[in-house]
Design a protein around this ligand. Structure first.
Ligand code: PGA
Length: 260
């Protein structure tokens, strides 16, 4: 079962996860972080910048993004390449050659998935994968119906996801319809999954992912198949968890040596 940690605020959650990543990077400077985009991981990135200012050297860390929109012009500020550069690569001083984002350009689209899988394989995979969850239950952009064995490939976004992401664009029309996303099978290969969710709007999907039946109709439930998962949420996102009392009890009685 996933370890579920309920913290008071998204900022607390960001600081908690960033402290864990920073400690891992101090032990292994070539640590590989799987980065997510959207609003959810931003508190982690902010706290990682604070860890860098406090002296942790992230410059040899590698990063792999979960997904990318198809067809945005190079350099578009909402392309996930740009977001990762802005939030992670530049402020933490990563070597851009060690930061990987799926290729969403129309030219290379036929081979984008295969090339990304090869890059992940050649690199040796991801140590810790940050994940958000969409209201549809998606992980990365694996919308309901995605196979648990799926690899990086082109997917069509649901209308709900396009509407949810329209806030980053001037209008809904500008939100791409397609994306290249790591598959659920790709995500499950990461050595540690850290799923974050904040706010009541995520409560239903989060409860279904953590406690509901394992089903391709709820892509988030794929985390139940992974041996090492940490779910870090605020009280709003935790509000529909059936076993919330138990998670709090386990947290309160957690042995010092256990880590996450
Ligand atoms: P959000 O998106 O963090 O912007 O809510 C999460 C997701 O869609 O995976």
């Amino acid at each position: 079962m996933a370890e579920v940690i309920v913290l008071e605020t998204a900022e607390d959650a960001g600081a908690f996860v960033a402290a864990h990543i920073a400690a891992a990077v101090r032990t292994d400077p070539e640590f590989t972080l799987g980065v997510a985009t959207g609003s959810t991981p931003l508190p982690v990135y902010e706290a990682l910048r604070a860890e860098a200012e406090a002296g942790t050297d992230f410059t040899r860390m590698a990063a792999f993004a979960l997904d990318e929109y198809v067809g945005l012009p190079a350099g578009h500020p909402e392309s996930y390449r740009s977001v990762v550069d802005r939030e992670v690569t530049v402020p933490l001083g990563l070597d851009p050659g060690r930061v990987h984002v799926p290729d969403g350009s129309l030219d290379g689209i036929a081979t984008a998935g295969e090339r990304y899988e090869e890059a992940l394989r050649a690199h040796g995979g991801v140590d810790l994968q940050l994940l958000g969850i969409g209201r549809t239950g998606h992980l990365g952009f694996n919308e309901p119906g995605s196979s648990f064995g799926s690899l990086t490939r082109v997917k069509t976004l649901t209308e709900r996801t396009r509407e949810d992401n329209a806030r980053f664009f001037d209008s809904l029309d500008q939100v791409p319809v397609h994306c290249v996303t790591q598959g659920l099978g790709t995500i499950l290969r990461a050595r540690h999954l850290v799923l974050l969710a904040f706010g009541e709007s995520k409560a239903e999907a989060l409860a279904a992912a953590v406690e509901g039946p394992v089903s391709a109709s709820m892509p988030g439930s794929a985390i139940q198949l992974h041996p090492r998962v940490t779910v870090v949420v605020d009280p709003g996102a935790a509000s529909q968890l059936q076993f919330a009392d138990y998670y709090r009890w386990a947290q309160d009685n957690k042995p010092e040596w256990q880590g996450i």
